[in-house]
Design a protein around this ligand. Structure first.
Ligand code: DC
Length: 335
């Protein structure tokens, strides 16, 4: 006998939704494991406590799985757990290696079993995208790729070489043999410039504007975009930046665009920099953020822009927890 696991989610607590989701899940389990219905001994379902409208076991019976014993139970309510989720265990009379099936929002439960998926989060500085992206990556056990850090590392290279961030000709030369890489240590991104860890340095306030300026040049963008695509093609990740949904991964599975008023964004950046021990002037910072937005939004190549199919979230009056909960609910709704 083997036991096959599976899970799926429903968009709403609704009888028809539950019937559809259960039928789809069982059908996929049957197909992927080449099973006949008479090989199933028993099917056990559990569902999260936000599902009240229908018993998954009843939905299974109606979908034609009537020849085996069926059972449904309710799971305990766990903080941060996946919402509107139905899990299943099939006991099967067959000698085989089981193929477990995770569908829709439940894909995030077993990233080892499902194919690579990407979440794009774009937006201007201080819109909350990196904090939200880090939280989502942690909750879904996927990688967080901070693409801004790569442009910042490039700015460090340019400034160290004594080149003006505006001097595209010189920058093209520098890009020929620069190496900008990311590594992960305890889930945290380390940004490497020619093998040197520059993760701290790239956060210096003077690097922000230089990064925005170097990021205008197509030679810089093509170099870094290629690297970002390579990482995203190999593993599921949440990427934050300015052009992820529009240029880097136009086919990303999930796209979000975060915004907030300049005042709120400057306040967030100010608090962040002060917490890191940098002396900054709030008004100057606000002015720099507005200038940087203007430069990032008006450049010719891959400007900061919401992708047509990205979900826009104004985070001005939202807490991080609220934004994270909203983003997750949209992901679950879509899958
Ligand atoms: O997200 P950040 O503040 O670390 O980004 C620094 C600069 O890098 C930003 O002003 C514009 C540029 N950038 C970009 O052009 N494209 C990205 N995907 C990420 C950042």
């Amino acid at each position: 006998m083997v036991v096959i696991r599976g899970a799926t989610t429903v968009a709403r607590d609704d009888k028809e939704e539950i019937r559809k989701a259960v039928a789809e899940l069982l059908e996929q389990i049957m197909n992927r494991n080449s099973l006949n219905r008479d090989q199933i001994l028993s099917i056990v379902f559990s569902s999260t406590s936000d599902i009240h409208s229908y018993y998954p076991a009843k939905a299974a019976r109606e979908a034609g799985y009537a020849g085996c014993s069926l059972f449904s139970a309710m799971e305990p309510e766990i903080d941060g757990g996946l919402a509107l989720c139905i899990r299943v265990m099939l006991f099967v009379e067959k000698n085989m290696t089981p193929y477990h099936v995770y569908l829709r929002g439940a894909k995030v439960l077993r990233k080892d079993l499902t194919s690579v998926y990407n979440i794009a989060i774009d937006g201007p500085a201080g819109s909350g995208k990196s904090t939200v992206a880090k939280r989502i990556a942690k909750d879904y056990h996927i990688l967080y790729l901070d693409t801004g850090a790569m442009y910042r590392a490039c700015a460090v290279k340019v400034l160290e070489a004594g080149v003006s961030p505006d001097d595209e000709g010189e920058i093209i030369n520098l890009m020929r043999d620069v190496s900008i890489d990311v590594e992960y240590e305890n889930g945290r991104q380390k940004t490497l410039l020619d093998g040197r860890d520059v993760s701290e340095e790239i956060r210096l306030p003077q690097i922000s504007m230089a990064a925005s300026t170097v990021s205008k040049h197509p030679s810089v963008r093509s170099h870094l975009v290629e690297k970002q695509r390579e990482i995203a093609s190999k593993m599921s990740c949440v990427l934050d930046g300015r052009d992820i949904g529009t240029v880097v991964l136009p086919d990303a599975d999930f796209k979000f665009f975060l915004t907030a008023s300049p005042e709120v964004r400057a306040r967030r950046r100010y608090n962040e920099l002060v917490a890191y021990g940098h002396a900054v002037d709030f008004e100057e910072l606000k002015e720099e953020i507005v200038r940087r937005d203007a430069q990032d939004s008006t450049r010719a190549f891959a400007p900061l822009r919401r992708a047509d199919d990205a979900i826009c979230v104004d985070t001005s009056d939202m807490t991080i927890d609220e934004v994270v909960a909203f983003v997750k609910s949209k992901i679950q709704e879509k899958v």
